[in-house]
Write a protein that binds this ligand. Structure first.
Ligand SMILES: [Zn+2]
Length: 542
């Protein structure tokens, strides 16, 4: 009998070891890094001065999906952050844009606005935010559900939406930057007060020292061979500056508050400092239950919008960001342990070249601010239908009809839509105008057709989608750049995986932004988010 029991115990033991061997290495911590507005080619464009420990460490020792595409429009920050962590698209997760129009209530809605919560860590209205408008779960939510809420999940960014949407509904906390105080704040959605580690962090007043730091180039300006000369005509100017020349940020006393930090490399520095404080303060990655930290770097987006991708400012910021990433990975090695964590790095969207720059190079392009067209469009619709003010708003490359007025004035909605489409077709730089409520007869090539359907939320998107010609975009005047379209410069994003459970290598297979969340879910052996339409990228996982 004794022998049998011992044999059984031995067998179970052997089976146990065997089962363990078959299990993938489980990270103790997953860190997601979204670099706001980072185009895929920036991994290579500035590579000559990247260190071996930053982007290149993730590329060389991890797995790179070289053809990762955003598979919906509009390509803005909020839908991008939502997509990366939900594996879903605006049509399903509901984050249709940064701001959308509620046509019934005749008002703009901000993606994370929430009047039912109160600010935590500041008395500023910047605190009235939550993920309530997000209709699906995130990877973080699924991780919490899978671990009986034992996993710890946090989001940190300068932009509220960059912290809140990735962290999800059940996050322990999401923290974002308050321009009026220079502190990281939160809302009562998460907790009634800031954790002690974050109050201590805020009390160190890093924002004060970073915002008063002069921004000089790391190398002699003439050695920035990937950029146009400093003070070129496609660059915008920082607040308080008369010319766009290095050294920057020598006149900060004229700018009130801390909003300027968004436009300085220090905006990245403070995020990594806060991320380290969170990992330490919350003991992330210190036990057997996997934790998750979602970091978003908003500064690359602000710098890109202002200076364009061809400016020394952009090149210098990416070089500095690379060094920050290297130092952060070293920190994770020490704090969590090499092999104990996994990282993924991606972007929420890319960016166009400045349209005047392309024009000067004889490449077709253009730039028109859509909201400026509203009066002209409404006048045309009145001429065609006899009805006034039928269009409520033009934003996100979409047309929001004045639904209440159409009802009240007994206007023929189809006639109104026909007039709107007719007007757009006559404008320069417009390639397609899509009636989202009747796409049957629309001749639209793939993948645009899928992208407009994926991006259309019937309660939050405008019912007519406008698609500009390549090189064209709406807004931002003659300098800088923007994003929002279907074109590869807006939709081809970096996608790097690194660390526990991740293979070494790269692939040119086209994958989609919606594939990130299911891949991370598979890595963690958890259910994918509840609105996920993506697929696991098999090559990435061990
Ligand atoms: Zn963005």
């Amino acid at each position: 009998m004794k022998y049998i029991v011992l044999s059984l115990a031995f067998l179970l033991c052997v089976q146990g070891v065997g089962a363990k061997k078959r299990t993938k290495p489980q990270p103790k911590l997953v860190v997601g890094i979204v670099v706001d507005q980072m185009r895929w080619d920036f991994l290579y464009r500035y590579a000559d001065r990247y260190s071996d420990g930053g982007f290149k460490r993730l590329m060389n020792d991890g797995f790179q999906c070289r053809q990762a595409m955003v598979n919906y429009i509009p390509t803005f920050t909020a839908p991008g952050h939502a997509c990366a962590y939900t594996g879903s698209v605006p049509s399903v997760h509901g984050i249709a844009a940064n701001d959308w129009v509620d046509t019934k209530r005749e008002k703009q809605v901000y993606c994370t606005e929430d009047k039912t919560v109160s600010p935590v860590g500041g008395s500023y209205k910047a605190g009235m935010n939550s993920p309530r408008n997000l209709l699906t779960t995130t990877v973080g939510d699924e991780l919490k559900l899978a671990t009986n809420m034992r996993a710890k999940v946090f989001g940190i960014a300068i932009k509220d939406r960059g912290a809140i949407l990735p962290a999800g509904h059940t996050a322990n906390g999401a923290y974002w930057f308050d321009d009026s105080t220079g502190n990281f704040i939160s809302s009562s959605f998460y907790a009634p007060q800031l954790p002690a580690w974050l109050s201590r962090f805020n009390n160190k007043r890093y924002a004060d020292s970073l915002i008063s730091t002069e921004w000089k180039t790391m190398y002699a300006p003439e050695t920035y061979t990937q950029s146009l000369a400093d003070d070129n005509k496609y660059e915008g100017k920082l607040k308080g500056e008369k010319a766009s020349v290095f050294p920057h940020n020598t006149n900060t006393e004229k700018v009130k508050g801390y909003s300027l930090l968004r436009y300085l490399p220090g905006g990245n520095t403070i995020i990594f400092k806060a991320a380290k404080a969170c990992i330490r303060g919350e003991a992330l990655g210190q036990d057997d239950v996997t934790d998750m930290l979602a970091i978003s770097l908003s500064t690359p987006d602000y710098i890109g919008h202002l200076f364009s991708p061809n400016a020394i400012e952009t090149e210098d910021m990416y070089r500095r960001l690379d060094a920050e990433i290297a130092s952060f990975l070293n920190y994770l090695d020490k704090q969590v342990g090499k092999g104990n964590y996994s990282v993924f790095l991606t972007a929420d969207h890319g960016a166009a070249h400045n349209s005047n720059y392309l024009k000067d190079l004889k490449i077709p392009s253009g730039n028109k601010a859509e909201h400026e067209a509203l009066a002209e469009l409404n006048a045309y619709v009145k001429k065609e239908t006899g009805k006034d003010s039928m269009v409520f708003d033009l934003s996100n490359y979409q047309v929001y009809l004045n639904e209440n007025k159409i009802d009240k004035d007994d206007a023929d909605r189809e006639d109104v839509k026909d007039a709107v489409i007719d007007w757009f077709k006559k404008q320069d730089g417009i390639q397609y105008v899509v009636d989202m409520e009747d796409m049957d007869d629309m001749v639209l090539p793939e993948p645009l057709k899928t992208m407009v359907i994926n991006g259309y939320h019937h309660k939050r998107s405008g019912c007519i989608q406008v698609i500009t010609e390549p090189g064209w975009y709406s807004g931002y005047g003659p300098t800088g750049t923007t994003h929002g379209t279907w074109n590869p410069y807006d939709t081809h994003i970096p996608l790097l995986f690194y660390g526990a459970g991740i293979r070494k290598g790269e692939s040119n297979k086209t994958v989609h932004m919606t594939d990130i969340a299911p891949t991370i879910s598979s890595l963690l052996n958890i259910q994918m988010p509840n609105g996920c339409i993506g697929e696991v990228i098999e090559e990435v996982l061990r």
